[in-house]
Design a protein around this ligand. Structure first.
Ligand code: KG4
Ligand code: ZN
Length: 356
């Protein structure tokens, strides 16, 4: 099995070749062409500009992924492509390219949900995660806790009520004048700042206890949901209090560190609650925000302290942000279970990871 995987859901054009080794997916190449430099000038991803850049990049990126894997198109047995969620103009480029290669070469296609790709980035390394597992998926568009009793079965057990974690970092970076993409910029500034300087709350969406008919306080179930827009408002309020004209490097670094601490505290809080509730064998951190050093380290520390029996998995930083390798990894398990899909399909910007 040699899978050519294609990912173009947002602002990275990527193609990867995955083969099978020891009954698991093995990465032969993973070429990522980032559009960060193009979108930097606008302070964020401009969908039409992204779609155009994908059109220019996709064939060279696919050719490079084949040559790095030392394979030809004739050697490819399956094509895997992200069908959603994402930006429609970006998704269409990958999907239609995959269809064209499939039709001309008679290679079957498997379509993937981008989010399962992020989770399956963790299945590319040596030690395979064991089920049941809980995944914290934190990216620019999503913040979710997902329970997986077994391969390809997803139960969303927590999600964000407003902004995603990556979005919160991106917006905070804009407020602090740190540029795009915000996550890495905040993380770099935070490294030089004092995280205790400003106090931002750890968001907990657990409802207040209510009294039952007998007048006893009923303990509510601890919430696994997230909310980050209040933190953004708290940051704006703090900046106004300081005065925008007074923001110097030291203050910005301290604000970045304090803000990052608050976002991570709320992610860690719910991650630990999910482990307590679902008692998984493995806990997986995934998505672009999983590249964040403090999140990776603090979660590792807290899990090993509170749940020493749980195997904690994080992908290498390069596999956290968007790449086709993770799409190929997820497709490997789909192909093994279901065979290649043959149905007609279209890009779906709102594709859900669960069927409900
Ligand atoms: O998974 P991803 O590449 O794209 C989506 O599927 O959204 O995630 C991109 C997000 C952006 O919001 C970016 O700011 C954030 O991941 N990110 C980070 C870091 N690197 C990327 N956030 C915090 N710390 C980082 N080091
Ligand atoms: Zn992503």
């Amino acid at each position: 099995m040699n899978i050519l995987a294609i990912e173009s859901s947002c602002d990275e054009t990527s193609a990867a070749v995955i083969t099978e080794k020891d009954n698991r997916p093995f990465l032969l190449s993973n070429v990522i062409s980032s559009q960060i430099d193009i979108h930097k000038a606008y302070g964020g991803v401009v969908p039409e500009v992204a779609a155009r850049a994908h059109i220019e990049n996709i064939i060279p990126v696919i050719e490079k992924s084949l040559s790095e894997a030392d394979l030809k198109l004739d050697d490819i047995t399956n094509i895997a492509v992200t069908a959603g969620p994402g930006l429609i103009g970006s998704l269409v480029v990958g999907v239609e390219t995959a269809k064209a290669i499939s039709a001309s070469q008679n290679i079957p296609i498997t379509t993937l949900n981008h989010l399962e790709g992020h989770i399956y980035a963790n299945f590319l390394n040596d030690k395979q995660p064991e089920f049941p597992l809980v995944a914290l998926l934190v990216s620019g568009g999503h913040s979710m806790l997902i329970h997986m009793p077994k391969h390809l079965e997803y139960q969303v057990i927590g999600s964000t009520k407003d902004d995603a974690a990556g979005e919160a970092f991106d917006k905070a970076a804009r407020i602090l004048g740190l540029g795009y993409p915000g996550g890495p910029a905040i993380s770099i500034a935070a490294d030089k700042g004092d995280q205790g300087k400003y106090s931002f709350p750890t968001i907990d969406l657990t409802p207040k206890p209510l009294r039952n008919e007998q007048g006893f306080l009923m303990k509510p179930e601890l919430s696994l949901d997230f909310s980050f827009s209040g933190l953004k408002t708290a940051l704006i309020t703090q900046v106004k209090k300081i005065g925008e004209e007074n923001l110097d490097t030291k203050i910005v670094n301290d604000l970045a560190a304090s803000f990052q601490k608050a976002v991570i505290a709320s992610l860690n809080q719910n991650a630990l609650r999910a482990i307590e509730k679902f008692k998984p064998k493995t806990f997986i951190l995934s998505g672009g925000v999983a590249a964040n050093k403090l999140l990776r380290e603090s979660l590792k520390e807290q899990i090993s302290e509170s749940f020493p029996g749980v195997y904690y998995r994080i992908p290498d930083a390069i596999l956290c942000t968007d790449n086709a390798g993770m799409i190929g990894a997820a497709s490997y398990y789909h192909i093994k279970k279901e065979g290649p899909q043959k149905d007609n399909f279209v890009a779906n910007p709102n594709l859900k990871i669960t069927s409900e």
